[in-house]
Design a protein around this ligand. Structure first.
Ligand SMILES: *Cc1c(COP(=O)(O)O)cnc(C)c1O
Length: 416
């Protein structure tokens, strides 16, 4: 791709034709997988330059690898981010992000409506290192403000919580963050960045489980941290020492040069290859899955044995307006619905013939799960209550099958 052309191209096009950082010896059209741990140098002086970060050569694949770097470069192109770092899972991306901003004595403000392992990371893992997590109601600005103090290191949220389907009002929450001088960190896994540009709504750092939409049919685990260089880290007690050269890139500097290397949760080159391919078809798959999801939701809402359907793109949904404003017509390809009881929910799941009984989201296949007994199965009933996890709820992640086949499967599973 000629450099002069690239600015007027759409992101879908740019993504497909992203140039390699170095010319491939065989003109391979796909980025080769560099299945290498270490890299050879000609002189000691060149080694010194590379190892001390004064020249860009790769030195060791836990720190950087050409295939992984190419995947990050492509994500950078579609998101217009300042820095992108990839990890071996979404949880690694979340844990490394919080390890970069939090410190003993600091606190994180968030909602109890969180992905189960994220909740456990905050409530248990970080707690043991002296980091407090304040779970509050993110739909109540006063509750959020009263939980923030001088030791708050971040506001963390999921843009649409799962399975509650609470939509974060990002403009409102990012304004609170600006007032208080704290970064807004958002888990945007549920809507891919090709469809929703979180930075436009005040998100400073985006974390993504690339296991989901990006991997391209559940091929591999992966995670991304996307930094827009939009937060002034002079406000951070922990990172302000890094702001001499640049006030904005202190987070990425700390993560890239220290946290990422020391935790060693780097993405592997094979995964980078698979997820680069996934990225190429991401927007096409997403368009198909969200249309199927919305049509399915509209059709099953009319069934009498369903007590409620939860999808923010339905006009009667409590977060319809904010969802529409932020995400447009489609609030992702996942929804939940309630049946009369836990027994009815189990019966429905057992009766499915086409839809698969599995966790995970945004596989090419449609998946069903009973969150209360699985993802949240080891939590106490009290914790489940505080997280609004009901025994009657079923979660569906829409895949790429024909909508009619999915609808018929759900109807027959309910009829029995
Ligand atoms: C799956 C998921 C994660 C964790 O990602 P892994 O890749 O499984 O580690 C985090 N947040 C959300 C919203 C998820 O759906």
């Amino acid at each position: 791709m000629e450099k002069e052309n690239s600015d007027c191209l759409s992101n879908d096009t740019k993504l497909l034709h992203e140039p390699y950082p170095a010319k491939d010896a065989y003109n391979s059209l796909n980025m080769p997988i560099y299945h290498a741990v270490a890299y050879d140098f000609e002189t000691a002086a060149q080694m010194e330059l590379a190892f001390t970060g004064k020249s860009p050569e790769h030195v060791y694949s836990r720190i950087s690898n050409p295939a992984v770097q190419y995947f990050e470069k492509r994500v950078k192109t579609v998101t217009n981010a300042a820095e992108v770092m990839s990890f071996n899972s979404g949880m690694a991306a979340i844990a490394n992000t919080l390890m970069t901003v939090a410190y003993s004595g600091s606190n994180i403000v968030t909602s109890p409506h969180l992905f189960g392992n994220t909740y456990s990371f905050f409530a248990s893992t970080l707690k043991d290192f002296g980091v407090e997590t304040r779970f509050c109601d993110l739909t109540k600005p006063d509750d959020v403000k009263s939980n923030i103090d001088k030791n708050t290191c971040a506001l963390f949220l999921e843009i649409i919580t799962n399975p509650q389907m609470e939509v974060a009002d990002l403009c409102l929450l990012s304004n609170i963050c600006k007032e208080c001088g704290i970064p807004l960190i958002a888990d945007t896994t549920i809507i891919p960045f090709t469809a929703f540009h979180a930075a436009d709504f005040g998100v400073n750092i985006e974390v993504v489980s690339s296991t989901k939409y990006i991997s391209g049919g559940a091929t591999s685990l992966g995670g991304l941290v996307i930094d827009y260089d939009s937060f002034d880290w002079q406000h951070s007690k922990k990172l302000n020492y890094l702001t001499n050269q640049s006030k904005l890139s202190a987070f990425s500097a700390k993560m890239r040069m220290e946290i990422y290397r020391n935790f060693g949760a780097c993405m592997t080159p094979q995964v980078a290859y698979m997820q680069t391919l996934g990225l190429e078809t991401l927007s096409v798959r997403y368009e198909r899955a969200v249309k199927t999801c919305k049509n399915l939701v509209e059709k099953i809402s009319k069934l009498s044995n369903i007590s409620s359907v939860n999808y923010p793109s339905l006009p009667n949904h409590p977060y319809y307006d904010v969802s529409r404003r932020q995400f447009g017509e489609y609030a992702g390809a996942m929804f939940t619905f309630d049946l009369a009881s836990r027994e009815a929910a189990f019966r429905f799941i057992d009766n499915l013939k086409l839809i698969r009984r599995a966790t995970n989201l945004f596989d090419n296949k449609t998946l069903a799960i009973h969150p209360a007994s699985t993802i949240f199965g080891t939590f106490t009933e009290e914790t489940r209550k505080s997280m609004d996890i009901s025994q009657n709820t079923i979660r569906i992640s829409a895949g790429l099958e024909s909508m009619d086949d999915l609808y018929n499967d759900m109807v027959q599973a309910m009829a029995k």
